[in-house]
Ligand binder design. Sequence first.
Ligand SMILES: CSCC[C@H](NC=O)C(=O)O
Ligand SMILES: [Zn+2]
Ligand SMILES: [Zn+2]
Length: 442
Amino acid sequence: SSLGSQEHGDGDGDGDDGDKAAVERLRQYLRFPTVHPDPDYGPAVQFLLAQAASLALDTMVKEFVAKKPVVLLTWRGQDPSLPSILLNSHMDVVPVEVEDWKYDPFGAFMDSNGDIYARGAQDMKSIGIMYLEAIRNLKKTGFRPLRNVHISFVPDEEIGGVDGFGQFSKSEEFRNLNLAVGLDEGSGTETESYRTFAGEKSPWWLSIKAVGTPGHGSKLYDNSAVENLLKSIEAISIFRTSEFDKIKSGKATLADVVSVNPVFLKAGTPTPTGFVMNVQPSEAEAGFDIRLPPFADRKAIERRIADEWAPPLRNMTYKFILKSGGEGNASAIAAESSKLWWKLFETALAKAGVKFSKPEIIYGTTDARYVRDQGVPALGFSPIANTISLLHNHNEYLNMKEFLKGIKVYEEILRIFANYKNFDYHSDAAIYVIDSLYIRNF
Ligand SMILES: CSCC[C@H](NC=O)C(=O)O
Ligand SMILES: [Zn+2]
Ligand SMILES: [Zn+2]
């Protein structure tokens, strides 16, 4: 197999210098504090440009929005007129609660097991470096891609990506890439079998607010703001339970149901030591992170919000902080052409000798939705197996062996994606009907 026959001796998981250097580059990248709410992208971008120089890749950095750079690296193909490939990763990471970490979340400490602790170790700075190291290894073997391979490093994914991939996806630069297919993050797995994703749920971030009569904390009266809000929270909680029950009873997975979770509560008047305790406040607000499956009835959910969760009758209003994914399109898998790329993807993973499961709808949101919105197929994939999923959690880590294995997998993907010749998937010759392509409820 190609895994066993490396002659260059690097990046093949056998612990030699090439592997060590790759691990060090990952650790270096993990140390840049590209963390919300105030990510510093500058040094990370400089690092990536230095990597690009060492790999002789073309570079472009564009700030569609000030201080939010999009980095695009290009490995030029022998026939740049062919539709190209995009490997995307985001540079930003979610905040940390530093006192809950065993090690500095921006120290990239590696313990004796080879576990590397850092915010972004799984989500998804590791994937960005896997892309680059795969290219490094392929170059050493003398491999040259037929089509252009683009590698993008984008800002702000974790806060919606509007100023990052969102802007990029609508730009002339993006159109000029003439993409055939994009790869972006997925989710790791505790088993040895990688997960793959063909589409995703749509995020609706909802804020509901109640107003009511203020009054003495000792009085009993109807329609206080908090009481009005609590009635909504009860209604939302009942809905949440009914959706969750579908999962608990085995009838559905997280991908199939509408998830709704409270993420903030706001009411009362703070004092230096706590809160005012004997005034019923006149305003109360709550925030919810809602995720809709691709073909959930959006109108019905919106009616439920207007009639039951924030009814004017209870002096309530609502607004969307974010509302993504229209009816039907919903970042679901795109078009016929997707099938070809899934076939090639499966071929590559089989060639790499790894286990993987059928494509799913991912429970979270990724920048891949922007790629799909442009009519380009995008696959979600994070080659992280045998690992507890710690996305957005304390003590996020990745074992160096998983990292090195991921590099090998991307080498196979690139070999096949970059040099696949008969691109015309519209022709009858493209008999890549994937019976196993399993997308729920489509
Ligand atoms: C809705 S934009 C935020 C994107 C973020 N992505 C991964 O964690 C998520 O919360 O799913
Ligand atoms: Zn991510
Ligand atoms: Zn994330």
